[in-house]
Design a protein around this ligand. Sequence first.
Ligand code: PLP
Length: 418
Amino acid sequence: MRVMDSRSQEVLAQVAEIGQSDLRWKDGRAFSLAYYAGPEVQEVADRAYAMYGSTNGLNADAFPSLKKFQAEVVSTVNRWVHGDDISAGFMTSGGTESILLAVKAARERGRKEFGITQPNVVLPTSAHAAFEKACYYFGLESRRVVVRSDWRADVEAMRQIVDENTVLVVGSAPQYPQGVIDPIVDIAALARERNINCHVDACMGGVTLTFLEQLGEDIPLWDFRVDGVTSISVDLHKYGYTSKGASVILHRNRQLRSYQTFTTDNWLGGFYGSSGVLGTKSGGPMAAAWAVMNYLGDEGYLRLTESARATTRQLADAIQTIDGLQLRAIPDSTLLSFGAQLGEDGVTPLFDVYAVADGLAAKGWYVDKQGPPDSLHCTVNAVHHQVIDEFIVDLGHNVAKVRDAGTTGSMGSYGTIE
Ligand SMILES: *Cc1c(COP(=O)(O)O)cnc(C)c1O
């Protein structure tokens, strides 16, 4: 590498300085948003990213490197989710783009194969906000169906609301809010009966569930082994531990995939084809994903999954012993959520759990506030084994403090708009 001149050094020192007050995710303080598998993995990702950050995946024919990275990354994920030679997909910039494309493909199939002009999507209330965004962007009606008391999709209720304009049903493995896996076999059977698309949102669980099964856990089927599943999304910038900007969308076959892509020649620039939402698209995330996946291999992911899962169990057990807390569900993978127990009226929580999050934030911890119902949410990853004892102690202290003082907090927002 070149020796840096003093001006470059100065600017880069500023860049580092500006991040001083960011979340300390490499220290395990973030139970959301960022994932960390240690300095070696991080360096592999960062260096690969830097090498390809300015290349352009818009035209992978001009960058055979990117074509290779994408083909091999998609093929590995396809193997993980038990796809075959005819299943096919693309890398995308993230879970949201994968979901946008799954919804767009379902709309397009409905239009072309069945002449549906007023399409709707039937999905549980637990399915990710990105489906709402997709329906809003692409002009579909979102039909949300209340989940069962165990937070899993109520497939019978979904069946009641599916009609001749339904182009897609959705299940998650696991869903984000409570970390439980929907009954994918039943949701896919519903799709099969109607000959419509069934998307499995495995943005969070795609990597983890694959390796939990290999570790001997009893995981209900959720992937292409289930008849009727037509597409699956798996994020790599979460439990793939690679740089942000990497997810995979897989379709059961090339025909289904064809509804995702876009082509036009209706401008003065010639034939323009695009697999995803973006035009110009950095090769950085593709190179980083390829590098991290090759560096870790299945053995690496097994080890990281085992660690994150053990830490999740430890946290779930601890929450069940902290007086006043209620675990929303026994976690099916590495996400969990909890809230305050209800008081004697059976309606009012004993205390404001959002205030607990504020108390934790004062000690540098970041957990999601979510609802309804008012809950805190932790996404546990491989970095957390080293801090979980400390977190559990702080959590217990803060619950006691908030209960004593009757402190209140507020929900805030998952994302920002300004
Ligand atoms: C993170 C997530 C998404 C959205 O993915 P982004 O990478 O944030 O765009 C969708 N579904 C689930 C279950 C997720 O956890």
